[in-house]
Write a protein that binds this ligand. Structure first.
Ligand code: KG4
Ligand code: ZN
Length: 340
């Protein structure tokens, strides 16, 4: 083995994906194993934390072993173990953290706790070898809608965040209301292709005090009111039109706020991350907006947008290079903030 090769074994279990990956020198994915629990939670219309925890316990050993096998590596080859320790659901997080601590302790491998959002942002490094900080990044997932300045590796400033629902949460709630089921994002994305995005005008919420903050609960309520109105009048509604019009409203707000931040801060590079970043309409809108403003635009493949461990490995590599090491007292922090 090349002596300088740095291999990170990464573990992610913050929500409903049990995931493990082996990453070489920060950007090369040797394996990326994801066990998705989605089907298990679909009948409940969302993630049930207790069920997620139990499934993580059942699967984690297998998933980590599969990641090592697919990478054709043994634990003895691993330089450091990176694990998501927050934010997320406390039970699911604890499974990954405990597993990583046990491996680290038993095998004497250094341990690095990684922030989940830092992982999402770092997903961009995997397929864009030339991308380096500084750049601006929109992180839009089921739990977060953040506008982040990536000052350097591991150095972040959050300049905008949601005041209520995250973008992905709004997708999931609206999808449920129009009978598409969970998880809503990919389903709205698909059905919107058959709808008219200008059929219904839903509000684009602004947060008065902060141009970069988001608010999606008003939009969600507007969709619910529209559906109630249809029901009361005995009218049917077009699912595709509601989906497309809602999606257009979300995309417009995300693009407008992000581009304002990029321009005002004078960035030449912009990236997106998180589950919502796999939305086809959002990607298209950003391609166009960035082309117009002559901004370099970066986005990960869909598999690296939604939760995965490869992104945690990429982030873990840069934390490792900075000398970050965690002890066996590392704990799950469900509300961990970025930059702390
Ligand atoms: O990043 P992620 O896997 O988990 C969190 O950290 O939250 O994001 C999951 C979220 C869900 O709300 C899901 O509906 C949304 O991302 N999502 C999408 C798409 N694919 C996933 N939203 C819109 N369009 C998509 N194609
Ligand atoms: Zn996530």
């Amino acid at each position: 083995m090349d002596e300088k090769e740095i291999l990170i074994l990464a573990i992610e279990s913050s929500c409903d994906e049990t995931a493990a990956a082996v990453i070489k020198d920060g950007r090369e994915v040797l394996s990326n194993v994801i066990y998705s629990q989605i089907e298990l939670h679909t009948i409940y219309g969302g993630v049930v934390p207790e069920i997620a925890s139990r499934k993580h316990i059942e699967k984690i050993n297998q998933v980590v072993q599969a990641a090592l096998d697919q990478a054709e590596k043994a634990l003895a080859d691993i330089t450091a173990i990176a694990v998501t320790y927050g934010p997320g659901l406390v039970g699911p997080l604890l499974i990954g953290v405990s597993f990583a601590k046990a491996l680290s302790f038993a095998k004497g491998i250094p341990l690095i706790g990684v922030h989940h959002i830092e992982g999402h942002i770092s997903a961009n490094y995997i397929e864009h070898r030339q991308l380096e900080p500084p750049f601006a990044c929109l992180v839009a997932s089921g739990g977060h809608s953040h506008l982040v300045i990536v000052k350097d590796y591991g150095e972040y400033e959050v300049i905008g965040r949601t005041r209520d629902d995250a973008a992905g949460e709004a997708f999931d709630k609206v999808a449920r209301a129009i009978g598409l089921g969970y998880p809503g994002g990919p389903k709205i994305d698909k059905v919107s292709k058959e709808g008219n995005p200008d059929a219904i005008h839903f509000p684009r919420a602004k947060v008065v005090e902060s141009a970069y903050d988001f608010s999606f609960s008003g939009l969600k309520s507007a969709v619910l009111n529209y559906l109630n109105g249809c029901q009361m009048k005995g009218e049917t509604f077009s699912r595709a039109d509601v989906a497309a019009s809602f999606q257009k409203a979300v995309v417009e707000v995300l693009v407008e706020h992000s581009m304002a931040a990029v321009k005002e801060h004078g960035f030449t590079k912009f990236a997106i991350a998180g589950g919502v970043a796999s939305n086809t309409s959002l990607r298209k809108a950003f391609v166009e907006a960035c082309e117009k403003e002559e901004i370099e635009f970066y986005y990960p493949s869909p598999v690296f947008c939604t939760d995965n461990a490869a992104m945690i490995g990429a982030a873990g590599y840069y934390e490792y290079q900075k000398g970050v090491r965690h002890g066996n007292d590392l704990n799950a922090v469900p509300n961990l903030r970025l930059g702390e």
